[in-house]
Design a protein around this ligand. Structure first.
Ligand SMILES: [Zn+2]
Length: 230
C-alpha cells in the first residue's frame, strides 16, 4: 500500500483557506502527461470552463502505455478510457489531441515536446500543466516544456498537482501562488464519473491497482488547487 508523505487531513487544513482561482474566459489547454491526469488534477476545472461555453482542449502527451509490465493493448485501452472521461467532463464539447510520445520517456526530448505543444498555445490561451516539481519525471518535463512554450507565446500558465499530494509536503509549496477552485456537488459528481472511466488504473487482475484508494483522496476534495506560474 502507498502511504502519502503528508496525510490528506493535513493537506486539506493547509489548503482550505486559499484564495479563489480565477478561471478567466479565454480558451484553455490542459496538458495531461498520462491518461487520468486531466481528470485527477483538473477534472472539475475542465467541466466548469466547458459548461460556461468556453473552449477546452486536452493534450494527451502519452497514452500511458508503460504503466504495467504486461502492457499488451494498454495504449489503446487507456486512450479509450481517457476519451470517455473527457466526454463526461465536457459533455461532448471538449476535444483531445494525442501526441503519442513515450510514456516515462519525456525527459529524453524536452524540445520535441515543446515543438509538439507550440501549435496549441497562443497569446490568448490559458495553459494548465503539471507543476515542474510534481514528483514524477513525465509531469515535471511537461511543466518545463509548458513554461517555455507559454513564455514564448505570452500565454497564461497555471500549475496543477497530483504526485505532490502523495510525495510532497506543504513546505515545498510555500513559494507558489496557490489558489483553490471550488467544485459544487454537480462538478464533484462529474469528476467522480470521469475518474471511474479510467478502469485500467483502478482495478488490475494481478496485484495492486495503479491508483489505490490512498491516491484518490485528493481527487475527491470539494476543490482543486492551482498555482499561477506566468
Ligand atoms: Zn501522470
Amino acid at each position: 500500500m502507498i502511504v502519502p508523505v503528508t496525510d490528506e487531513k493535513t493537506w486539506v487544513g493547509q489548503l482550505v483557506g486559499l484564495p479563489t482561482f480565477n478561471l478567466g474566459t479565454t480558451p484553455m489547454v490542459v496538458i495531461s502527461p498520462h491518461p487520468d491526469d486531466e481528470t485527477l488534477a483538473a477534472g472539475g476545472l475542465i467541466a466548469a470552463h466547458s459548461d460556461r461555453g468556453r473552449d477546452v482542449l486536452v493534450i494527451a502527451v502519452t497514452d500511458g502505455e508503460n504503466a504495467y509490465q504486461e502492457n499488451a493493448g494498454l495504449r489503446e485501452l487507456r486512450a479509450q478510457e481517457q476519451e470517455e472521461a473527457v466526454q463526461i467532463l465536457g459533455k461532448g464539447r471538449v476535444s483531445i489531441v494525442r501526441l503519442r510520445l513515450e510514456d516515462s520517456g519525456l525527459h529524453k526530448d524536452v524540445q520535441g515536446l515543446e515543438r509538439a505543444l507550440e501549435p496549441h498555445v497562443s497569446h490568448g490561451t490559458h495553459v494548465i500543466a503539471p507543476w515542474t516539481g510534481d514528483y514524477h519525471p513525465d509531469h515535471e518535463t511537461c511543466g518545463q516544456a509548458a513554461l517555455e512554450v507559454a513564455k514564448r507565446a505570452g500565454a497564461r500558465l497555471s500549475w496543477c498537482f497530483f504526485w505532490t499530494w502523495h510525495r510532497g509536503t506543504p513546505d515545498q509549496l510555500h513559494n507558489l501562488d496557490l489558489h483553490q477552485f471550488r467544485l459544487n456537488t454537480g462538478l464533484q459528481q462529474r469528476k467522480r464519473d470521469a475518474l471511474a472511466c479510467h478502469r485500467s488504473q483502478l482495478e488490475q487482475a494481478n496485484g495492486e491497482p495503479i491508483l489505490p484508494e490512498s491516491l484518490l483522496a485528493p481527487a475527491r476534495r470539494g476543490f482543486e488547487v492551482f498555482a499561477s506560474a506566468c
